[in-house]
Design a protein around this ligand. Structure first.
Ligand code: ADP
Ligand code: MG
Length: 259
């Protein structure tokens, strides 16, 4: 392959969001402009954070990228595939609440993701066990969600998304309910797993420190109408800490933008 072709291929985005708009009716019959003309892309192997206050359309945007909701206008492609609710891409999705089934064990919560296909049960179990090992949950296959700590539940939710071996992971404020120390451990986990598995990540947060510690680029959104205020690259090596001097500079700048 010549260098120019390699360059073009390496620059093809894995997710492309072009001019996406979406509105909802409120209960009084008025219109809520959840997203207005939003465009950005995600390069292979990149971590992009979507940062903004509650109500600026972050979850709506993830749902449109996953094909769970249609856009009113605009186009989303994932790996070149035009996404619609009838054509959903393969990706992992960690929701804002962990959405674990309380009546299923950790192992059965993870195999759930594989049950829709034709994979034999033995293989489903083997794959789920492998991901449990990867997440340091080896002894907890038979534990129910109420028997797990907050951090462990987060790991099970992450494992459930990763068992599909997705090229892309969407994460919607996944660690919002954890204490600061556990949350910081989970940031380390996300970076370790990304290094190991090579997926690209869109990480939604309203927490400026979290965005600055994790992301290659931070997309700052503003509400009503939900739109992009700034795309801020963070060109610092990892691992980062929110007490590093250079990270603090970015945090200060992002805080001003978020207001
Ligand atoms: P965020 O995740 O940034 O908090 P959301 O994407 O959840 O924001 O919501 C953006 C806006 O769209 C909010 O004003 C919210 O109330 C509204 N909204 C989202 N989903 C619906 C829906 N299904 N019906 C009506 N309004 C909605
Ligand atoms: Mg949300």
């Amino acid at each position: 392959m010549n260098a120019a072709v390699a360059q073009i291929i390496s620059e093809a985005p894995i997710v492309s969001v072009q001019n996406v708009s979406r509105s909802f009716q409120n209960t009084e019959g008025g219109e809520i402009n959840a997203l207005s003309d939003v465009s950005f892309d995600l390069q292979p192997g990149e971590i992009v954070a979507l940062l903004g206050p509650s109500g600026c359309g972050k979850s709506t945007l993830l749902n449109i990228i996953a094909g769970l909701q249609p856009a009113d206008q605009g186009v989303v492609t994932v790996d070149g595939l035009h996404v619609t609710p009838r054509q959903m891409p393969t990706l992992g999705y960690v929701f804002q609440e962990d959405r674990l089934f309380p009546w299923r064990t950790a192992l059965r919560n993870i195999t759930f993701s594989l049950e829709a296909g034709s994979m034999p049960r033995a293989e489903r179990d083997a794959r789920a066990k492998k991901v449990l090992d990867l997440m340091d949950l080896t002894g907890f296959a038979k534990a129910f969600p109420h028997q797990l700590s907050g951090g462990m539940r987060s790991r099970v939710a992450l494992a459930r998304s990763l068992v599909l071996d997705p090229p892309i992971l969407l994460m919607d404020e996944p660690f919002g309910r954890l204490d600061a120390q556990t949350r910081s451990q989970m940031h380390g986990e996300v970076l370790r797993l990304k290094q190991l598995l090579g997926m690209s990540i869109i990480f939604v947060t309203h927490d400026v420190d979290e965005a600055a510690v994790l992301a290659d680029r931070v997309i700052v959104l503003e509400p009503r109408p939900g739109r992009i205020k700034r795309i801020q690259p963070i060109s610092l090596p990892r691992p980062r800490s929110s007490s590093d001097r250079e990270v603090i500079d970015y945090i200060r700048e992002l805080k001003q933008l978020v207001g």
